[in-house]
Ligand binder design. Structure first.
Ligand code: NAD
Ligand code: MG
Length: 390
């Protein structure tokens, strides 16, 4: 039996992971599940899967979780230290699918115990890539990417030598506003940005897809995970979201990964790796689809992509600052305090203020320095957001 834990179990990735585990209950022993405000879902899944412990990130919801789990034998816990402790419980496979930098601690705990980390939380690599990768090496942990693009690159690289890789092409659907003129994008509402043309995902990553901040996080994620140079990473707009990424080799060949936009592929690949097993995803009929289209991304329309290039060149703590500022700007956009295009402006201002004297690029990357940089980036983002809104 494979011992598995899922952090962010009540979210979009978490629920897709549970969907796969539920299909083969005899193969898995569920150790820990974590969630947030959806106590009902968390308790229901923990009882059905026979988890050892269920954790909500909200301290104030502990009693509610206890009541929901009463008599089930599942231990109820709450708060961020309980999440950390749950991620340190021995497990073979740990899904890190909390949204935001809050997912970093369980990712680090997973690699520290030498488990296989299925990494959906891209913020872990953006904010603390060198730290996470070093701890994984030191503890013989395996990290498997659970972002469709990075799983695609990983699969295209099987059996290949990294020295033969010329480029990594990350595709982008273009998000909700890919066909909108800039003046209309300027006045886009939260509701406009919260529906994705191809993927069904959590609200925050869906809005990040519309602004291309999601793609910008993914470029940084690719640099940190695959260890390629920023100049080797390209973005390609592919509105159909069927080709998830391509790898270009030194003989001119491009290896593409093609599949339906269904996260259960990347999750299932990571769950069964190194084997490939049958998955309940749609089989594509390419003759019916007929054609795929591509275009170059417009960096003027998507400043997030230009900022990602800066962050990849800077390295150090710039990823933590970029992500922290982005998370706060997104909070302010969701709350209706700043406009859609203001988010990138806020992030850019935070980055340039915090990188004065090259402070970010020369910094050590530890959990403490990452959390301090994240904290400061959020405070400055609050100030810049107020100024932008005024
Ligand atoms: P979601 O919003 O649907 O779910 C987020 C989960 O995290 C929920 O269980 C929620 O309760 C929990 N959570 C939220 N804030 C928390 C906090 N402060 N502390 C602890 N737990 C908290 O998000 P999602 O779409 O499933 O995305 C999860 C992660 O996977 C993100 O990092 C996202 O970028 C990445 N990802 C998602 C998709 C997708 O298809 N949804 C694809 C690729 C990568
Ligand atoms: Mg992705």
């Amino acid at each position: 039996m494979k011992r598995v834990s899922i952090f962010g179990a009540t979210g979009s990735i978490g629920q897709n992971t549970i969907d796969l585990i539920r299909r083969a209950p005899d193969e898995y022993q569920v150790v820990a599940l974590s969630g947030g405000a959806n106590i009902k879902q968390l308790a229901q899944d923990a009882i059905e899967l026979g988890a050892e412990v269920a954790v909500t990130c909200y301290d104030a919801r502990l009693d509610e979780l206890r009541n929901a789990l009463a008599g089930s034998g599942v231990d109820a816990q709450a708060g961020s230290s309980a999440i950390k402790e749950a991620a340190a419980r021995p497990a073979d496979w740990i899904m890190s699918a909390i949204v935001g930098v809050a997912g970093l601690v369980p990712s680090l705990e997973a690699v520290k115990q030498g488990a296989t980390l299925a990494l959906a939380n891209k913020e872990s690599l953006v904010a603390a890539g060198p730290l996470l990768m070093r701890l994984a090496r030191e503890n013989n942990a395996t990290i498997l990417p659970v972002d469709s693009e990075h799983s695609a690159v990983f699969q295209a690289l099987i059996g290949e030598d990294m020295s033969a890789v010329e480029r990594v092409i990350i595709t982008a659907s273009g998000g909700a506003f890919r066909d909108w003129p800039i003046d209309k994008i300027r006045t886009a509402t939260v509701a406009d940005a919260s529906s994705h043309p191809n993927w069904d995902m959590g609200q925050r990553i869906t809005i990040d897809s519309a602004s291309m901040f999601n793609k910008s996080l993914e470029l940084i994620e690719a640099k940190e995970f695959f260890g390629v140079f920023p100049s080797q990473i390209e973005t390609l707009v592919h509105p159909e979201s069927m080709i998830h990424a391509l790898v270009g080799f030194n003989d001119g060949a491009l290896m593409a990964h093609v599949g339906p936009p269904d996260m259960r592929h990347a999750i299932g690949f990571a769950l069964h790796w190194p084997e490939r097993r049958k998955l309940p995803v749609e089989r594509l009929d390419l003759a019916k689809i007929g054609s795929f289209t591509f275009r170059a991304p417009d960096e003027a329309l998507y400043p997030a992509l230009r900022l990602a290039r800066e962050v990849m060149e800077l390295g150090g703590l710039s990823g933590a600052v970029f992500n922290g500022a982005k998370e706060r700007a997104l909070d302010h956009f969701i709350a209706g305090r700043i406009g859609f295009l203001d988010m990138a402006q806020v992030v850019e201002q935070v980055l340039s203020q915090m990188d004065a004297d090259n402070r970010l690029r020369n910094a050590d990357i530890t959990l403490d320095t990452v959390q301090a940089a994240d904290h400061m980036a959020r405070q400055i983002a609050d100030i810049k957001s107020k100024a932008v809104a005024a």
